[in-house]
Design a protein around this ligand. Structure first.
Ligand code: GLU
Ligand code: ZN
Length: 303
């Protein structure tokens, strides 16, 4: 029997802005679930999209996590430092015949209904100005989510040959996230419901990486367990996001936001806890964390 892998969780923000309340909840949930399970909790900065990056955002995110008592184990991994590894993965995928260059434009794909139909699969297109897609013959479109239960995604979308390297020369999120979840040996991914559908693609990607041998380690192909927490929306139903200027949270007064986050996550912190220091609140939250209490909804309203 294989030894039971120990729990390794992670929070993986993109530095496209400061941490807002919605991402704080994600960080908190993944931290608490890891710590409740005596696990290791990692932070990975997903800085693979320089045009969308805000200067100073990474530092600010890390400072906020610390101010909220969310202390990570091991060194923070920056995806911008992982390029050699990603290129190696792509090279191996080519060797195994699992990917190909694609020169189709977004407009062309839109005219055929928005879902890519594998047009360039057998065209042997040249490298320049092309994206790279994986051959996704066994797209997974159903999976069990630790929080939301059985998830069914749109099959056609789940079976699409998705992009792992962009035309503009940047690594695609799907490649980097799966490559690094493997690299960091992540066993559990707790994150927001905006990633419910992309999870299907990530699950489809693991089997393609099965036989790939990199310098010193074999990529293991068992995907992590996924759990998706509801997205926090405003009373008007808008998603809190960096885009709609959700307020940055106050690092000098973390208690009220922590209490609100715990309550939204379905935990029931006693009112008096608010006058305790952050470490006491976090200690309470770890001891009392019950993932089953997290609402099984895709959205929850901020009141
Ligand atoms: N970097 C992604 C984001 O901030 C999250 C990636 C993940 O948790 O898998 O939306
Ligand atoms: Zn194409």
């Amino acid at each position: 029997m294989r030894p039971q892998p120990s729990y390794r969780g992670r929070f993986a923000p993109s530095p496209s802005g400061h941490l807002h309340f919605g991402s704080l909840i994600t960080a908190l949930a993944s931290f608490l679930d890891a710590k409740k399970n005596n696990g290791t909790w990692l932070v990975r900065i997903e800085d693979i999209d320089p045009p969308r990056e805000k200067i100073g955002a990474s530092e600010h995110i890390l400072k906020t996590l610390e101010a909220f008592g969310l202390h990570w184990d091991e060194t923070v991994l920056f995806q911008s430092k992982q390029s050699d590894y990603y290129f190696q993965v792509i090279k191996e995928l080519f060797k195994e015949g699992h990917c190909y260059y694609c020169s189709c434009t977004r407009k062309q794909i839109k005219t055929i209904g928005g879902i890519y139909q594998g047009h360039c699969r057998s065209l042997n297109i040249e490298k320049s100005n092309s994206a790279i897609r994986v051959i996704n013959n066994h797209g997974i479109y159903q999976y069990h989510d630790l929080i939301q239960g059985n998830i069914k995604c749109e099959q056609a979308l789940a079976e699409e040959d998705f992009i792992i390297f962009r035309k503009d020369g940047l690594f695609a999120y799907q490649l980097a996230v799966v490559a690094d979840d493997i690299y960091q040996n992540i066993s559990h991914v707790i994150r927001g419901c905006d990633l419910l559908e992309p999870t299907a693609r990530q699950l489809s990607f693991y089997p393609l990486l099965e036989n790939i041998q990199l310098n010193n380690f074999q990529l293991k192909n068992s995907p992590p367990t996924f759990g998706h927490i509801p997205l926090v929306v405003t009373e008007q139903g808008y998603k809190l996001s960096k885009q709609n200027k959700a307020p940055a949270i106050d690092n000098s007064n973390p208690q009220p936001a922590l209490m609100a986050a715990l309550t939204l996550l379905g935990q029931q912190p006693p009112k008096e806890l608010i006058s305790e220091n952050v470490n006491e609140i976090i200690k309470w939250a770890i001891n009392h964390w019950q993932i089953d209490m997290v609402p099984k909804k895709r959205e929850i309203q901020l009141t």
